[in-house]
Unconditional design. Structure first.
Length: 308
């Protein structure tokens, strides 16, 4: 045992700079991911400011019973699932296709130009993007002014429940499509060039090389990212809190309100609902865990590596 500890300590000293780089990330996760777990007790308590979290009265599952009886909760739950599934269907495959196409661009200067153009919108916050969309698509935006000038009827895209989800998917693709290609391009860069050379000698064209070399080499990365995406179905990453919060309005609550925005309103608009809000958050985490485990098991059944 002592020899093992000495060996471990020796390796830690040898790679001390690696641990220095990892340390800030470790501190981040401890402070913002593990310490807040203490607050999960609120899901089973009636919070009292004077008594604090620990001293508040225990109410068991009363907070869960309350939220499960609310129609607004189930509307937000349904919207969260529908929007997350829509993102998987309409958004998830696009970065894969873009990465495959960018890999086929042989002129390095042109390839870098495309990457910059596609990636730049990611660095704009949703506050800025939503402002751009309002200025272009709002009731008095550029689009409606142009339609009015041409004698056509105005379109209220931002307050139309029928069009709002399409607007969500489209704006999210424009903003994050290029950023999503980075991991796939990195995976493609790790493919042995000798495979392409051998395929070329055997007479395979570029499309055949993409299908039989690039895609099989990329598939494991796609599966892992898909599992992670499914595991974030109920979280802000799946629904897109920042995007929806900055774009939605009461007119589209029925189609756009997700659990994260629902919790925000209950906590800060209704007030004194910390117990039920925490219960919603815990419910989301449990569902995410179940979906993650199910997706990982399904991937393994299909012959993929999975996460664990």
């Amino acid at each position: 045992m002592n020899a093992t500890r000495k060996g471990l300590w020796k390796r830690m000293v040898e790679y001390k700079y690696m641990y220095v780089l990892v340390f800030p990330l470790l501190v981040y996760y401890v402070l913002f991911e593990y310490v807040p777990l203490y607050g999960l007790m609120l899901a089973f308590k009636e919070f009292n400011f004077a008594k604090g979290i620990w001293g508040s009265d225990w109410v068991g599952l009363a907070n869960f019973k309350e939220i499960f009886l609310l129609d607004d909760f189930w509307i937000a739950f349904r919207n969260t699932i529908v929007i997350a599934v829509g993102r998987l269907v309409f958004e998830f495959p696009v970065p894969i296709v873009v990465a495959l196409l960018l890999n086929e661009v042989r002129r390095m200067g042109l390839k870098k130009f495309y990457q910059v153009v596609y990636t730049f919108p990611h660095f704009l916050s949703w506050v800025i993007v939503s402002g751009i969309l309002v200025n272009f698509l709002g009731t008095f935006g550029v689009l409606n002014q142009l339609l009015d000038l041409l004698g056509f009827e105005k379109v209220a895209l931002l307050v139309s429940p029928e069009h709002f989800r399409g607007l969500i998917y489209g704006s999210s693709l424009w903003k994050d499509m290029g950023w999503g290609t980075i991991i796939y391009l990195a995976a493609i860069a790790g493919i042995n060039p000798a495979l392409y050379e051998a395929a070329g000698i055997d007479g395979a064209n570029r499309l055949q090389q993409m299908i039989h070399i690039t895609w099989p080499s990329l598939k494991s990365t796609v599966v892992i990212l898909l599992i992670l995406k499914i595991g974030h179905t109920m979280s802000s990453g799946g629904g897109g809190f920042d995007q929806i919060f900055n774009l939605y309005n009461p007119a589209v609550y029925e189609k756009a309100d997700i659990l994260d925005t629902y919790v925000y309103r209950r906590t800060f608009a209704v007030g004194n609902s910390y117990g039920t809000s925490t219960a919603v958050g815990l419910f989301k985490s449990v569902v995410n865990f179940v979906l993650l485990a199910a997706a990982n098991r399904a991937a393994k059944r299909l012959g993929q590596d999975g996460l664990y």
